[in-house]
Design a protein around this ligand. Structure first.
Ligand SMILES: [Fe+2]
Length: 207
């Protein structure tokens, strides 16, 4: 049996969920390949910038690498704009959501807020406060987010820069996104729980 046959969840048995769970774990393990494939969607249209988002992503990662950033940070740099084609108005949320299960929470915070921090370099042209990031000055990820934007992200629009090709970063992406999911995936139990499980306000089961 390679596929469950229920027509709705009310018909699903433990064997069905065991099959789906196994397939899901394979699917999760294959995520790095799909993420890298999606990165190619950023190639092509420059949207008026000097380089397209694909080159920008590679260049940001290259600069981070050459500045001695650790592997996780380099992967964050490579993927920080990956949501640009799907959610151009709030793309940072997409990259943060993709990376969050695998990286330091402070790095996920950095990616989630990079748009606002990057705005230090252009918000004044749009009548906005370029210093808006100062509201986070006391946050433990403030310094790394400033460095990320100032040294690597905003600097990576140079068509003449000696940017490394994607192949250079593929093993890094595979290692970081191949880590166990933070907090783990729920394990299938031998017997389904009959008693309703009390749920807390955040949806987590409580004993
Ligand atoms: Fe960027």
């Amino acid at each position: 049996m390679n596929q469950a046959t229920f027509r709705h969840f009310g018909e699903a048995r433990r064997d069905d969920w065991a099959l789906i769970d196994a397939r899901f774990r394979d699917y999760v393990a294959d995520a790095p390949r799909r993420v890298l494939a999606h990165l190619h969607n950023l190639a092509g249209d420059t949207h008026g910038y000097p380089v397209d988002r694909y080159q920008h992503s590679l260049q940001t990662a290259t600069r981070a690498l050459r500045d001695g950033a650790d592997e996780e940070m380099v992967v964050c740099a490579l993927l920080h704009d990956i949501g640009d084609d799907l959610a151009p108005a709030n793309h940072a949320e997409i990259a943060a959501a993709i990376l969050e299960p695998f990286v330091d929470p402070l790095n996920a915070w950095m990616i989630r807020h990079h748009e606002l921090f990057q705005g230090y370099h252009y918000r004044n042209f749009f009548g906005q406060n370029p210093h808006a990031r100062e509201q986070f000055r006391d946050h433990p990820a403030y310094a790394r987010t400033v460095r990320f934007c100032d040294d690597w992200d905003q600097a990576s629009f140079d068509p003449d820069y000696d940017t490394l090709p994607l192949e250079h970063f593929v093993p890094m992406v595979e290692r970081v996104l191949g880590r166990p999911v933070r907090g783990g995936l729920p394990d299938l139990v031998k017997e389904p729980v009959d008693e309703p499980v009390k749920a807390s306000a955040n949806g987590e089961a409580t004993p």
